[in-house]
Design a protein. Sequence first.
Length: 115
Amino acid sequence: QVQVVESGGGLVPPGGSLTLSCTVAKNGLTIYAMGWYRQAPGKQRELVARISSTGRTNYADSVKSRFTISRDNAKNTLYLEMNTLKPEDTAVYYCNAQGSATSYWGQGTQVTVSS
């Protein structure tokens, strides 16, 4: 079974920065694409950024040029560097790891952007 654990959330003022991490315990399974999603209160979960096993990335329009997704395959870790944060970035951020037939999710980490 794959275990996915996020960390790094917190409270940050508008314009601030935060970096999220996601560690994946693969237990011998192969992980392909990985991504960050977020869900704000009363809204559906949405894709923030995604990175393929070869490093190809794509971003939601709302975070382009502000967020950077990266992965360290040797450490089985996914990152999301978030800059110039806005109040509308407030949400629970979830890490997703895609196996060959199953999608694995973490429990989420809260990011709150407020003064």
